[in-house]
Design a protein around this ligand. Structure first.
Ligand SMILES: Nc1nc2c(ncn2[C@@H]2O[C@H](COP(=O)(O)OP(=O)(O)OP(=O)(O)O)[C@@H](O)[C@H]2O)c(=O)[nH]1
Ligand SMILES: [Mg+2]
Length: 253
């Protein structure tokens, strides 16, 4: 299996084509980031591995974080990437930014290129341009902010307008650690997600609750889609998430 080297570090991003959209090794055009054909990701032909380093990957996908300003998109990404929480004053994202992380999924190295969008209205036209190439979208609301929950319908309308039809979508109710200021019950999030047929879970960038799971579940779904044989059973994202939360003894019926 050929291993590609991931672009390192934090990217600031004016350009949506920061990732390769062509395999130099194979010389052929490949589906995925920057090509506008995101359904299958980038799968590289078999070759001996160059390295076991986390820098190398077999397949890559673009994941976008969206939702109102202040719901915790940047904090969720920083928690996932660096295992840390950005406490203190809130610095709103300007435009769009990305970070890479390589995960081991069923013996494959899956690189997620994660785009952190600005939730502020004034950057909306910038983020619209990036939806088209996204393989997956994590749509966040803040369980302590009712308006961010009420806006989910508008976000879904926007997603249907700008994203690919088969984009993997997951709804996340973030800041689940804040019990005393909670105004959106978990059941309300579950209900809304059911209405729109999207997987759902609550997360906390502060405590780390379900952060790894959210990204891993999406990576598994994308990897499954891109490598599955016709007879393979369908990967059920919500079932996987429920099973994992149950085995972790976490907060789900
Ligand atoms: N208690 C708690 N606070 C959080 C959590 N996630 C984020 N915050 C806080 O919420 C505020 C906003 O977080 P950001 O991650 O910057 O929000 P954002 O969605 O990226 O906002 P924009 O960049 O403006 O779109 C910050 O003050 C964070 O410290 C969480 O899970 N729990
Ligand atoms: Mg941000």
């Amino acid at each position: 299996m050929s291993r590609k080297k991931a672009v390192k570090g934090k990217g600031s991003s004016k350009s949506p084509t920061a990732s390769p959209n062509k395999s130099k090794d194979s010389g052929k055009s490949i589906k995925g980031i920057g090509t506008g054909a995101p359904s299958n990701g980038l799968v590289y032909p078999s070759r001996p591995s160059l390295s076991n380093s986390r820098e190398f990957y077999d397949i890559t996908f673009k994941v976008m974080l969206v939702g109102d300003s202040g719901v915790g998109k940047t904090c969720l990404l920083v928690r996932f990437k660096d295992g840390a929480f950005l406490a203190g004053s809130f610095i709103s994202t300007v435009g769009i930014d990305f970070r890479n992380k390589v995960l081991n999924i069923d013996a494959l190295k899956v690189k997620l290129q994660i785009w952190d969008t600005a939730g502020q209205e004034r950057f909306r036209s910038v983020t619209h341009a990036y939806y088209r190439d996204a393989h997956a979208l994590l749509l966040l609301y803040d369980v302590t902010n009712k308006a961010s929950f009420d806006n989910i319908k508008a976000w879904l309308t926007e997603i249907h307008e700008y994203a690919q039809q088969d984009v993997v979508l997951m709804l996340l109710g973030n800041k689940a650690d804040v019990a005393h200021e909670r105004v959106v019950k978990r059941e309300e999030g579950e209900k809304l997600a059911k209405v729109f047929g999207v997987p759902f879970m609550e997360t906390s960038a502060k405590s780390g609750l379900n952060v790894e799971l959210a990204f891993t579940a999406v990576a598994k779904e994308l990897k499954h889609r891109s490598t599955k044989e016709p007879d393979d059973p369908k990967f059920q994202l919500q079932d996987y998430v429920n099973k994992e939360m149950k085995s972790a003894g976490c907060c789900h019926s």
